[in-house]
Ligand binder design. Structure first.
Ligand code: APR
Length: 280
């Protein structure tokens, strides 16, 4: 062990211990992993929260089971439930949260190694996190194509169809297949960008997990890829995914907007964070 190196572990598994670790410059390559919980305060329901979560509120779509709305074989049979949901969730109607701005702030400070998100709402982009720093592990509404012949489909045309509550179909008359945004449905492969970057967490010196139940693989395995001795922070309503099992895991349980504000204040970034969010 290099005696001269500052202690790489946290002084304490608290906001102050974490703030000190960051202020002392131990965190230069931060990997962030997010889920739907960081967009709930923007008005977008998450999936599994009891009562408020999407899966508790899809009864009106009379699905055989909640996750069918994102199941590729169900979609082929009946695309209407998904498009009903897409009409409600389509990006552009929502403002990023202060948690999104916190991730942007990490980038502004040159500390963001990579953001892995499961969200399809593109709010990280809207908050100003650059494209090259974002891995949208479950795809997004950014592109759409025919599920049969894979031909790309014009974004403006898709928006019109969603607004009109009609189902977009492939323009190729020989195909006429269903068009779907490039959101990863159950039964589909994750984007190659996810697998190309799957080792990035092994290079991180701090891991921050925000607003996810870590129920869905392979995304849920990302925090475990962080090397031992690298603190892993969970900012979430509930304890999930085995976080807290390592001696330098930090659990900041509760609302993520409140959690990132507390951390920013402890580091001394409070004003910068609020200014960034105010511009968003
Ligand atoms: N602050 C902190 N935590 C929150 C907040 C909040 N304001 N709101 C919700 N949460 C927490 C919930 O307690 C839960 O632990 O965020 C987590 C959200 O979990 P899910 O609803 O399961 O969402 P997510 O983890 O993103 O789901 C993963 O499942 O349905 C598939 O592909 C879909 O990407 C999605 C994946």
């Amino acid at each position: 062990v290099d005696e001269g190196a500052p202690s790489k572990t946290l002084e304490s598994r608290t906001v102050d211990g974490l703030a000190k670790y960051i202020k002392e410059g131990h965190a230069k390559r931060i990997v962030v992993m997010t889920g739907a919980g960081i967009s709930t305060s923007a008005g977008i329901p998450d999936f599994r929260s009891p009562n408020t979560g999407l899966y508790a509120n899809l009864a009106r779509l009379n699905l055989p089971y909640a996750e069918a709305v994102f199941d590729i074989s169900f979609f082929r049979e009946n695309p209407t439930p998904f498009y009903t949901l897409a009409h409600e969730l389509y990006p552009g109607k929502y403002r990023p949260t202060v948690t999104h701005s916190f991730i942007r702030l990490l980038h502004e400070k040159g500390l963001l190694l990579k953001l892995f998100t499961q969200n399809i709402d593109c709010l990280e982009r809207e908050a100003g996190v650059p494209d090259e720093s974002i891995i949208e592990a479950h795809g997004s509404f950014a592109r759409q194509s025919c599920i049969d012949c894979k031909s790309p489909y014009p974004q403006e045309e898709l928006k019109k169809q969603i607004e009109a509550k009609t189902i977009p179909r492939c323009h190729k008359s020989s195909c006429h297949g269903l068009v779907k945004p490039e959101i990863v449905f159950f039964g589909e492969q994750l984007p190659s960008a996810f697998f190309d970057n799957i080792d990035v967490p092994t290079e991180a010196d701090l891991c921050i997990v925000l607003g996810t139940s870590l129920q869905v693989q392979p995304f849920a395995s990302l925090p475990g890829a962080c090397k031992s001795g690298v603190p892993r922070v969970l900012i979430n309503m509930e304890r999930v995914g085995g976080l807290g099992s390592r001696s330098d895991d930090v659990l900041l349980l509760g609302d993520c907007d409140a959690g990132v504000r507390k951390l920013a204040k402890a580091i001394g970034w409070e004003d910068e964070l609020e200014d960034l969010w105010a511009q968003t």
